[in-house]
Each structure stands twice: as structure tokens, then as C-alpha cells.
Design a protein around this ligand. Structure first.
Ligand code: P6P
Length: 339
């Protein structure tokens, strides 16, 4: 790629703001700050054993999950990077029980940032791709201050969403509601360089991503759908399927964004009060926004994820997302079960 063709994230955002009026100066600043924080997290991730960042932090989060050192580091990096800039009113994170309100010593902005600072952290110590997922909402009202209730907006209200994959390449994927763009980190310059625009997920696929070890716990429609995929070309689906499961949502979603596929983390019977494993506000909603902006679908199996009106900050939701035709196929299995 010649220097003349290299478009930096900053130039891309300025052109989005100037030419398309799609983002405000404040949202541009927010995205640039988050992207810079992701570079900082990437440096820590890439150090691995050399940086004394592996292993557990000796604490648990509100999800009851043991926190890895890098979970805590990534969370602190995002909080510290974003609280002084004047672009945010508050933040919410998988790693924090409740919201973090911008301290009074700093100006407050019109946006709210939600994130899973380091998703897939069970993969950290085995050197498999992990990532940061973020979602941006607009603050309701203009009085200073923000409450947890202000965060409980449906995913279709998002102003922006993105994720960063810390993998063989360090890749930032972003949507501000005008398609999906991909930026690759140039480590020598420390710059995010635009490497793909208007990404489209192929509507059809022969690849599904699910944790097969949970099969006995799934609801009937999911079991029948996967059974029929495994039956291959001679079965009801009329084609053979391949399977992938990285157990890192950002890695699985990035593969689907790149070559198509369907990702499922369905409801299961282990805890009927828990409608799935993945969290709505900072996993399903941002990934759902990105997938829809790339021509795919994001559903619970029966409902569009971005239409869900949240009731709790850390609520969970069943997730089926990816190639449009295949998500619609899963939804048909659920429709048939409902009669
Ligand atoms: P399981 C990571 O912990 C995560 O939240 C997602 O990134 C991933 O898709 C899923 O959980 C993996 O869950 O049950 O297969 O370990």
C-alpha cells in the first residue's frame, strides 16, 4: 500500500465528520481515544509472560468470573484514557459492578461508553486472539450527571460500535452507522491505517460456530438446527457444514465478518433464569450493530437483538448472528417450534 493511499483513522474520522456529517467532533474524539487505549492494551497483551500480565488477578467480577490480570489492566486503561477528555458522561464495563461517572473535576460530554475491556480472556494464557468490544450511546437529557438507567437503551440507539482484535494483526473494526470499516495497526508508526471499507458479510455460509460441548443443554430448535447441519448434503440442509469455535467472540465474529458464517451462543437449560452467557449491552449490542451494518443479522433466535429494551446493565441474551440466510434459517427452526 503506497503512502499516498494510506488513510489514517484520524483522517477517516475527519472526513466522516466533514463530508458525511455522520459524526460530531465529540464522537470523533471519543473514537480516537478508544483506539489509542486499544493500542495501549495491545502493547500489554503482546508482552505476555515478559510483561508479568498473565494469570489471574486474584479477584472476581460481578459476573462471578475470575478476573485475569489483563482484564483489570485493560479496564483501567480504558477508564483512565476516557474520563478527562470531556466527551463522556459515564462508562460501563463487564469488569465493574456499576457505572463509572466522570468525576466532577472533569467536564462531562454527551456520550456514554460501554465495553468488555478484554473479551475471551480464557485465551490469554494460551496465546489465542482476544479483544476489546465497545459500544457508544448518546446521553439522554443535558443536565450534568448520569445514572445507570440512562445506559438502558436498546442497541438500535447506538451512535457507534467497534472491537479490536489482538491477534496475528492488531485490527480495529468500527461502525458509526454508515457501514463497517477496518483499520490495521502499523506497529512501526503506531498508526491505525484503513485497510477495508464497507465490509459485507456473505449472505450464505457453510460454517457455524458454537460450543458443541453444551449440546445436551440447548433448547430443542438449536439442537435440531445443529443436528441438520451435521447431516450435511444428504440431510435437510442440502449442504455440508464446517465448524469453528475459538471461544473468543471477537475472533469468531471477525472471521464471520471476513468470510461469512453463523455464530451461536444459545439459551440453555443449565440456569433457566439466565437467558444465555453473552452480555447484551457490551457484547451482543455492539457486535449486532456491526454485523447488521455489514449486511448480516443479529437475533436471539426469535427477536432482533438491537430491538431489546434492556432492564439490567449486565443482562445476558441468547445470540445468533452472522450471514443473513443462515440466521434466518435458525430463526425458522425457532418459529417451527412455536407452532
Ligand atoms: P465458552 C469469552 O469468555 C466469551 O464471553 C466470548 O468471548 C466467547 O464467545 C464465549 O464466552 C465462550 O464461551 O462457554 O465456550 O467458554
Amino acid at each position: 500500500m503506497s503512502t499516498a493511499q494510506r488513510i489514517s483513522l484520524s483522517r477517516y474520522l475527519i472526513e466522516q465528520q466533514r463530508e458525511h456529517g455522520h459524526i460530531s467532533a465529540e464522537l470523533r474524539l471519543l473514537i480516537e481515544v478508544v483506539a489509542r487505549a486499544c493500542k495501549h492494551i495491545a502493547v500489554s497483551v503482546n508482552k505476555g509472560a515478559l510483561g508479568e500480565v498473565l494469570g489471574t488477578a486474584g479477584s472476581a467480577n460481578i459476573q462471578g468470573e475470575v478476573q485475569k490480570k489483563l482484564d483489570v489492566i485493560a479496564n483501567e486503561v480504558l477508564i483512565e484514557a476516557n474520563e478527562w477528555g470531556g466527551h463522556l458522561a459515564g462508562m460501563a464495563s463487564e469488569e465493574m459492578d456499576t457505572i463509572h461517572v466522570v468525576p466532577n473535576r472533569y467536564p462531562q460530554g454527551e456520550y456514554m461508553l460501554l465495553f468488555d475491556p478484554l473479551d475471551g480472556s480464557s485465551n490469554i494464557d494460551i496465546n489465542v486472539s482476544i479483544g476489546t468490544i465497545f459500544s457508544v450511546l448518546r446521553k439522554v437529557g443535558h443536565a450534568r450527571g448520569v445514572s445507570e438507567a440512562d445506559f438502558l437503551q436498546p442497541g438500535k440507539a447506538q451512535a457507534a460500535a467497534g472491537y479490536c482484535v489482538y491477534g496475528p494483526q492488531t485490527t480495529l473494526v468500527l461502525t458509526v452507522g454508515d457501514g463497517v470499516s477496518v483499520f490495521t495497526l502499523d506497529r512501526e508508526l503506531g498508526s491505525w491505517i484503513l485497510t477495508a471499507e464497507n465490509v459485507q458479510i456473505p449472505p450464505a455460509t457453510q460454517e457455524f460456530a458454537i460450543n458443541m460441548s453444551n449440546m445436551r443443554h440447548w433448547d430443542e430448535p438449536t439442537r435440531r438446527y445443529i443436528h441438520d447441519c451435521l447431516a450435511g448434503a444428504d440431510g435437510p440442509r442440502g449442504k455440508d457444514f464446517n465448524m469453528r469455535w475459538v471461544a473468543s467472540m471477537v475472533a469468531d465474529v471477525h472471521r464471520i465478518l471476513t468470510r461469512g458464517g453463523v455464530f451461536l451462543y444459545p439459551w440453555d437449560t443449565r440456569d433457566p433464569t439466565r437467558p444465555g452467557k453473552l452480555r447484551l449491552m457490551y457484547e451482543a449490542n455492539p457486535m449486532g450493530f456491526i454485523v447488521e451494518q455489514a449486511g448480516g443479522l443479529a437475533s436471539t433466535g426469535t427477536q432482533r437483538i438491537l430491538d431489546i429494551v434492556p432492564t439490567e446493565l449486565h443482562q445476558r441474551v441468547p445470540v445468533v448472528l452472522g450471514s443473513r440466510d443462515e440466521v434466518e434459517a435458525v430463526m425458522r427452526y425457532h418459529d417451527q417450534a412455536q407452532g
